[in-house]
Design a protein around this ligand. Structure first.
Ligand code: BTN
Length: 252
């Protein structure tokens, strides 16, 4: 069960690092690390994650998957966060591929999934979850303020953080079960139904090499984004994308 053991820390550099250490020492599947503050919170692509004391949920979950095709784990975690946010806060969060939790175009949270392998076998996966909960706008650093939001800003009513956590562990447990049963299409469909840019919309894909307009077709079973551009199907890996935005080009 996810959350049957929970380590609660007042502070740490990164809950993902603590969880990786615990996993290396043999911690069980489902073990969770939660910190009130992170001094070196990490985001994807080498970015930091603002983790001021008491404002957000900073949590990492240790999974020991029974399957090696783990690419959908960050996606199922995103779905679980969105479900928990809906049930505990009444907020319809959306998902921006590959790992953003979004409300009305602003970032509410994110997933940082890190895996360890023994040869070809997956040892463990640490799923890091950051969720902005009690932030007022002024609590965010100035550079991220225009693009960030929190549950407090979204819902305006007090949130029961313990209830949110319980809902999150339960939802993660459910989706993780679907994953273990090989029900990849259910995970893909749940992710697609919450996409910020819905299937069929025109988007602008920004890569290091340049940007191109495409039609979003969905997610495949390896969590790649499937888009169509100039009559060709293109599969995109999270690592090669710099940004996704809506395309307002008039041509198709
Ligand atoms: C992102 O959107 O870039 C992912 C952010 C993930 C942040 C969480 S907070 C808990 C865990 N510990 C970390 O250092 N990062 C993740």
């Amino acid at each position: 069960m996810i959350g049957s053991t929970i380590y609660r820390l007042a502070t740490c550099a990164s809950t993902n690092d603590v969880a990786k250490q615990l996993a290396a020492e043999g911690a069980e599947d489902g073990t969770v690390v939660v910190a009130a503050e992170q001094t070196g919170g990490r985001g994807t692509k080498g970015r930091g994650w603002h983790s001021a004391p008491g404002l957000g949920l900073y949590a990492s979950v240790i999974l020991r998957p029974g399957r090696s095709d783990i690419a959908l784990i960050p996606a199922l975690a995103g779905v679980a966060v969105a479900e928990a946010v809906r049930s505990a806060a009444g907020i319809e969060a959306r998902l921006k591929w590959p790992n953003d939790i979004v409300w009305r175009g602003k970032k509410l949270g994110g997933i940082l999934s890190e895996s360890s392998f023994r040869g070809d076998e997956v040892g463990h996966v640490v799923v890091g979850i950051g969720l902005n909960i009690r932030h007022r706008l002024a609590d965010f650093p100035a550079d991220i303020r225009p693009a960030a939001t929190s549950l407090r800003l979204a819902s305006k009513k007090p949130l029961d953080a313990a209830r949110l956590e319980r809902a999150l562990w339960a939802s993660l447990d459910k989706w993780r079960g679907e994953f273990e049963r090989g029900r990849k299409q259910e995970i893909v469909r749940a992710f697609e139904s919450r996409l910020v840019f819905p299937v069929g919309s025109r988007i602008l894909v920004e890569k290091d090499a340049g940007a191109f307009a495409a039609t979003l077709r969905g997610l495949d079973s390896q969590a790649r984004l499937v888009v169509e551009s100039e009559g060709r199907t293109v599969l995109l890996l999270p690592s090669e994308i710099v940004g996704l935005s809506r395309s307002y080009a008039l041509t198709r």
